[in-house]
Design a protein around this ligand. Structure first.
Ligand code: NAD
Length: 483
């Protein structure tokens, strides 16, 4: 094994995984540590031909894997869960190093990622069909669910472990085989997850990984290949739409987990401490680089200033520095380019009259940024329209709940909303009015492998996790028969 810049990386695969073999290639791409800018490792950079080799391997492996007993698939996934749970720290180190996020976030992601293997190990043997007499009693209706085939999966850099397991676990549980393309910024964690699956006993060719610096070229070729049966994509709405044009040409099923612009509402009479605590989690989990991150804060006018003061104080208390150091609360953004995009949004907000408050000290080198609160923002301005993807919290005030719901729903996105209400009943009633695939009431998180994750409007198509998650990888077949 190659020795890299950090001992955590010793033994982590850097090749492509094709047909059960780690393959080195003529070209490599560098993976950087966002906290220092230094190169952590070089991983294989797949050509289009190598990606097609992976498709061929997944296609060859499919009949055997689809034909295994669901119980065996369940046991392999359970074993992968046990390994990930036992090696949570190793997973977290890889995440913290290549993504930059804070240690606590990296540990939480590692645990969350492992849970998808556990949940879908339990689901593998619970795929149920339907059997009934037709209303006219002229036949029996049998509805069966069968694995689709080869799934092509594309994941983003913000949750390098969890976005991979959220796709691989249901696909493998259903009996599909996989070709995974992780983001080029964070391939090491995904390669490690694939190696965990190998250790758990996944047969050759069932899981393949093809890192690349040319995602456009690779996806065009892979999605045009008739051996590929479905696409599962997580990333921006912009790229998701590009890929939907390609899947549309083949009428290929596609599961799309896309961008978000989550509103967080604090209604009149809500408990201030609960709201501030929830806002910290909703905003700062993953340093704000989450599709579920609260992006715009609509606060009732009676609570706006006390909320802003307390929230600002909590943000100012965060210690900013390398995620691999557990004493830091907020790590680096994934790259200086991502950080600079957020700084541009802040400048635009200031030009529009926003008042930026920031106090934390940040390291001079690396992709760090101080968390900040922005007062005086109006609904419709830049920070309420754009997905910020960083530690910036714009505050907008409102007078009535109807106004707040209207502003919250006034977005092309509809992934998640947060509602802080005086009681759960009020929170539920407001939640049911939100154009949002998920709503968290009086809490700062909602994600759970046992719940359907996904969005309305341009935040996506389909659901990952929960009972629905496995159906993204299953075809429905109806058989009419006289019994
Ligand atoms: P991105 O869309 O730039 O990239 C996502 C993936 O698509 C990466 O693997 C990338 O290599 C690949 N890609 C980029 N250009 C491509 C192209 N032309 N053709 C094919 N593939 C291409 O997104 P990102 O910057 O990595 O991640 C941030 C975005 O992901 C945010 O918008 C965030 O909201 C979204 N996200 C959504 C969810 C969700 O579950 N809804 C979860 C995490 C992230």
């Amino acid at each position: 094994m190659t020795q890299f810049a950090h001992p955590v990386l010793d033994g982590v695969p850097t090749g492509l995984l094709v047909a059960g073999e780690w393959v080195t290639t003529g070209r490599t791409l560098d993976v950087r540590d966002p906290a220092t800018g230094g190169v952590l490792a070089s991983v294989a950079d797949a050509t289009v031909g190598e990606a097609i080799d992976a498709v061929a391997a997944a296609h060859t492996a499919f009949p055997g894997w689809a034909g295994t007993a669901p119980r065996l698939r369940a046991e392999i996934l359970r074993c992968a869960y046990e390994i990930m749970a036992a090696e949570q720290q190793q997973c977290a180190r890889l995440i913290a190093l290549e993504n930059g996020k804070a240690w606590a976030d990296a540990m939480a992601e590692a645990a969350y990622a492992a849970e998808f293997f556990r949940w879908f190990s339990e689901e593998a043997s619970r795929i149920v069909g339907d059997f009934r007499l037709a209303p006219n009693a002229d036949k029996t209706i049998i509805v069966d669910h069968r694995p689709m085939g080869v799934a092509y999966m594309t994941t983003p850099w913000n949750f390098p472990a969890a976005m991979a397991t959220r796709k691989l676990a249901p696909a493998l549980a259903a009996g599909c085989t996989a070709v995974l393309k992780p983001a080029k910024e964070t391939p090491l964690t995904a390669l490690w997850v694939a190696e965990v699956l190998q250790r758990a006993g996944v047969p050759r060719g069932v899981v393949n990984v093809v890192t690349t610096s040319d995602p456009g070229g690779q996806s065009a070729a892979v999605l045009a290949d008739e051996r590929v049966s479905t696409l599962s994509f997580t990333g921006s709405t912009y790229v998701g739409k590009l890929l939907l044009e390609k899947t549309g040409q083949r009428a290929l099923p596609a599961s799309m987990e896309l961008g978000g612009n989550a509103p967080l509402l604090v209604l009149e009479g809500a408990d201030l401490d609960t709201a501030v605590e929830g806002a910290m989690v909703a905003k700062m989990r993953n340093g704000g680089s989450a599709c579920t991150a609260a992006n715009r804060f609509y606060i009732h006018e009676s609570l706006a200033e006390p909320f802003a003061t307390e929230f600002e104080r909590a943000l100012a208390g965060l210690r900013v520095g390398p995620g691999i150091d557990p004493t830091n609360d907020l790590g680096a953004l994934v790259s200086t380019a991502e950080r600079d995009k957020i700084l541009d949004l802040l400048s635009a907000a200031e030009d529009e009259g926003g008042r930026v408050a920031t106090t934390s000290r940040v390291p001079e080198e690396g992709a760090f940024m101080a968390p900040c609160l922005v007062r005086g923002v109006e609904h419709g301005q830049t920070l309420t329209r754009q997905e910020i993807f960083g530690p910036v919290a714009p505050i907008v005030t409102f007078e009535t709940t109807d106004q707040a719901v209207a502003m919250a729903d006034d977005s092309q996105y509809g992934l998640i909303s947060y509602v802080f209400a005086p009681d759960s009943g009020t929170g539920m009633r407001v939640a049911q009015r939100m154009e949002s695939g998920m709503v968290a009431v009086n809490r700062g998180t909602a994600s759970d492998p046992a719940a359907p994750f996904g969005g309305m409007k341009e935040s996506g198509l389909g659901r990952e996790g929960g009972f629905a998650g496995i159906h993204e990888y299953l075809e429905t077949q109806y058989i009419a028969v006289d019994l």
